[in-house]
Design a protein around this ligand. Structure first.
Ligand code: ADP
Ligand code: MG
Length: 240
């Protein structure tokens, strides 16, 4: 589903991603971990062209993102993104947050969009909040709405950038549970996270980034119990 080849990203002279190559297959859940400033967000943002790679190739479903400017809107519609700080539309109700993009970008009729939105709200356990505005919700509820909103576009791929980092500890689980369900349903997911428990239990593969370099990748069990590099060992000693 995703093929990344020799991806480089520079901000001015600062090389933030250096020669990254990897493949994500359909239905796979990949966790990206690494120290702050190692390029995790930039990598994720390159995958839907929120950042333009300096060089390298990114293919989504066989379509070259970096070459086909004309397809970019189509391809982006297939990619859902969930951010640390939710980014809900504050002036729209929960239901309207979910129906806005499908109606606007896909031309789906209001009734149909609402039907779909209600199913998604049920799935994330927020049916009773459809008329609420975002500022009346807890952080965990906001993030579940954000996930439902991304799903409303029926993406083939979901990207998460530290979805639980801005949450109070007691709300982390409700969001991770929604993500676990999503993973079980077969969604392809790339998840930047500091939740090592999630990476260990849910991810099929872990990518460890340090200073913009993909230092290690492997199965979670293998990576967490036998990291191969000193850099990964050092990181894990600090976070586990
Ligand atoms: P992480 O998500 O792993 O914490 P980031 O991808 O956010 O790391 O950042 C990696 C590096 O790129 C940092 O040194 C950061 O300062 C730099 N960086 C990120 N975004 C920009 C930007 N828009 N302009 C300039 N530098 C940036
Ligand atoms: Mg980041």
């Amino acid at each position: 589903m995703i093929k990344v080849q020799q991806l480089y990203k520079k901000f001015g002279t600062n090389e933030v991603l250096s020669d990254i190559s990897t493949v994500v297959t359909k239905g796979e859940v990949v966790s990206i971990i690494g120290p702050s400033g190692s390029g995790k967000s930039t990598f994720l943002r390159c995958l839907n062209l929120l950042e333009l790679p300096t060089s390298g190739i990114i293919e989504i479903n066989g379509k070259n993102l970096t070459a086909s400017k004309k397809n970019i809107h189509k391809i982006r519609q297939q990619i859902g993104m969930v951010f640390q700080h939710f980014h809900l539309f504050p002036h729209l109700t929960v239901l309207e947050n979910l129906t806005y993009a499908p109606m606007k970008a896909k031309g789906i009729k209001k009734e149909e969009a609402e039907l779909k939105a209600r199913l998604l709200l049920e799935r994330v356990g927020l049916s009773e909040k459809e008329k609420a505005y975002p500022n009346s919700l807890s952080g965990g509820q906001k993030q579940r709405v954000a996930i439902a909103r991304a799903l409303a576009m029926e993406p083939e791929l979901m990207l998460f950038d530290e979805p639980t980092s801005a949450l109070d500890p007691e709300m982390v689980k409700e969001v991770l549970d929604v993500m676990k369900d999503l993973a079980k349903s077969g969604m392809t997911m790339v998840v930047v996270t500091h939740e090592m428990g999630f990476a260990r239990e849910v991810a099929d593969r872990v990518l460890f980034l340090d200073h913009g370099v993909l230092v290690e990748e492997g199965q979670p069990m293998e990576f967490f119990s036998h990291p191969k590099t000193a850099r990964a060992k050092d990181f894990l000693d600090k976070v586990l």
